[in-house]
Design a binder for this molecule. Structure first.
Ligand code: DGT
Ligand code: CA
Length: 574
């Protein structure tokens, strides 16, 4: 199988080098997808090639198949070697800095010998790079900010990226044999918005084989630690992966232990101790006799301390143990409870698909309704719609309706202007079915100004949902300064909803805030803010946040049937 891995490694490198050259994103993705396919392929790629089956593999087209053949015949990829010769080895890490494009990075390498982040930082601090490739004082500051973010970002990864890595590595481990059960544990199983690392648990009859597979995977760039039943490695995307192989009789106990959180586990152990039991990652044991009383499943571990199984998303020692004990664990909302998406864009503003394709895609998901919520006129950079354009769009939606089963809701993501008024006048807003409102500008207002601004917007009788209420971007922008408690109080008073925006870089509201808002009786919309059709799938991330916020379907706005939604949004109008 070693050739599968060799070629996959070269394809990953190819993708990175193409990225460094600012080449087409489709070509870059093609190599990444090809590499993933080879990494998870359970059959020797040479055998597949011999029977002419390469192009039948997912993600392997004629072009990549030719590269595979080239490597099998010559042991080299000429194109890759040519690309390598153009750039210094450490060049690729430079491109991970936000605010530094491939062209500038290249100029810095050629003109100042910048071949590492350390050197880049030093030259920024001494301002020696000003003047190179049009870099000004301001660019220099932005690069320094980018370096700070890069350093922080290496500390924790975003949930979806970490999940993708876990799934990919899990598939690769399965494909190469020896794996019986495999589960994701840790903060990733609890669906925290960011994670420090990927924790994987496996049962296996051949632990050494599984460990060897992990440490030799093409997407693994460094082996940090390795033993007979565990390994810790660094993945090329920056995250580390911890793998443990455990005995089947201990699997439930290990899964419970390594899912955490630590605080939840500490509480559980205290309860066990009062019952004369000791819980460890190996099982639950009678403290007096040492006899094992449980361990194969999580359910039996919880049962020994008199508790029902607790969903991983709740295991943060935020009241779940008390709730479990008193039989009032929430019946958490699931993706299947959602009847529609309440935040989506089209090419009328900054979306990348037509109205029809959005509607068809939402209908194909089985939704009962979908909103069209393009930007409003002040947001010119996102192609915001003017009043006439919005009215034309509403007419287009009404014309399209007979062709679809799904109900199309005419909406807007209306800008909240600096003074808290909305970007469209009331008489326009009232022609719509559902109105979202959001802050997209003047993020630096004082706490008082920002709070008053949003509270005023919430008082508008035609607005319904406050979208991405804090404005944060997980990898690059802190939330604006706002008194959320005052915002929630106003939302509750005016009967408005707030959003969990499921866009991976937003997840806004986050779990703690969403739980607080719901506790005040505010309906929560779980929305994708789709700009590309595939982003409709992000609903899963929004639901993850909602589950961590303890939400039940009744608290979720878009779990309501169409009639109930419309009656709420526009009382007195069907
Ligand atoms: P993070 O920081 O995103 O990786 O969060 P976790 O929760 O995945 O933390 P991690 O990877 O350090 O450890 C995984 C789980 O192992 C953790 O949730 C609970 C368990 N664990 C780790 N260290 C301890 C400890 O000192 N005491 C207890 N009771 N449990 C621990
Ligand atoms: Ca972890």
């Amino acid at each position: 199988m070693s050739r599968n891995f060799e070629i996959a490694r070269l394809f990953y490198e190819m993708a990175s080098l193409l990225e460094a050259r600012n080449e087409s994103v489709f070509r870059i993705r093609a190599y990444q997808r090809g590499a993933q396919t080879l990494e998870t392929l359970g059959e020797d790629v040479a055998a597949v090639a011999a029977r002419g089956g390469l192009t039948a593999l997912p993600g392997i087209g004629r072009d990549l198949a030719a590269r595979v053949d080239e490597y099998l015949a010559t042991g080299r990829l000429a194109r890759l070697e040519a690309l390598r010769a153009e750039l210094p080895p450490a060049f690729l890490t430079l491109l991970e800095i936000r605010g530094l494009g491939p062209r500038t990075a290249r100029a810095l390498w050629e003109q100042r010998g910048v071949d590492s982040i350390e050197r880049l930082e030093a030259l920024c601090r001494s301002k020696e790079i000003i003047g190179v490739a049009g870099i000004r004082e301001k660019t220099c500051e932005n690069i320094l900010k980018g370096i700070a973010l890069w350093k922080a970002g290496r500390a924790r990864g975003l949930l979806p990226a970490a999940r993708a890595i876990a799934v990919q590595v899990g598939e690769a481990l399965r494909a190469h044999g020896g794996v019986e059960r495999l589960e994701i544990a840790g903060s990733l199983r609890r669906m925290r918005e960011t994670v420090k690392d990927v924790d994987l648990l496996v049962t296996s009859t051949e632990p050494a084989r599984v460990i060897r597979t992990l440490t030799s995977l093409p997407s693994v760039v460094e082996v940090i630690a390795q033993g007979p039943t565990k390994a810790s490695v660094r993945h090329q995307d920056g995250l580390s992966i911890d793998l443990r192989v455990v005995e089947p009789e201990s699997f439930g106990a290990a899964l419970q232990y390594f899912t955490g959180s630590k605080d939840h586990n500490v509480r559980l152990r205290e309860i066990a101790s009062r019952r004369g039991l000791r819980i460890s990652e190996y099982g639950v044991f009678d403290e007096r006799t040492g006899a094992r009383v449980a361990g194969a499943t999580e359910e039996e571990v919880y049962a020994t301390v008199g508790l029902p199984w607790i969903p991983p998303e709740l295991r943060e020692n935020q009241g779940e143990i008390e709730a479990a004990r008193e039989g009032r664990l929430p019946a958490l909302v699931a993706v299947g409870d959602l009847r529609g998406d309440l935040h989506a864009h089209t090419e009328w503003s900054d979306g990348h698909h037509s109205l029809e394709r959005l509607i068809a895609a939402a209908e194909a998901r089985g939704y009962e309704y979908v909103i069209v919520s393009d930007h409003s006129r002040s947001l010119t950079i996102a192609g915001g719609l003017g009043v006439d354009e919005l009215r034309t769009q509403v007419a287009a939606i009404r014309d399209l309706q007979p062709r679809f089963r799904i109900r199309i809701l005419a909406g807007t993501e209306c800008d909240i202007l600096a003074d808290g008024t909305l970007d469209f006048p009331d008489e326009v807003l009232q022609e719509l079915d559902v109105v979202l409102a959001a802050v997209h500008s003047r993020f630096k207002q004082s706490r008082e100004e920002m709070t008053a601004r949003i509270v005023r917007a919430l008082a508008n009788p035609w607005m319904n949902v406050l979208a991405h209420p804090t404005g944060r971007l997980l990898s690059s922008r802190a939330p604006y300064d706002v008194d959320l408690e005052a915002v929630f109080e106003a939302a509750a008073r005016h009967g408005k909803a707030v959003e969990i925006n499921a866009s991976p870089d937003r997840l806004d509201l986050g779990d703690t805030h969403a739980r607080r808002a719901a506790a005040l009786g505010i309906p929560i919309a779980i929305s994708t803010d789709t700009h590309y059709l595939r982003e409709l799938e992000h609903v899963e991330l929004g639901v993850a946040v909602a589950r961590r916020a303890w939400l039940e379907p009744a608290q979720v706005l878009n779990a309501r049937p169409l009639d109930a939604l419309l009656a709420w949004a526009r009382p007195g109008r069907a």
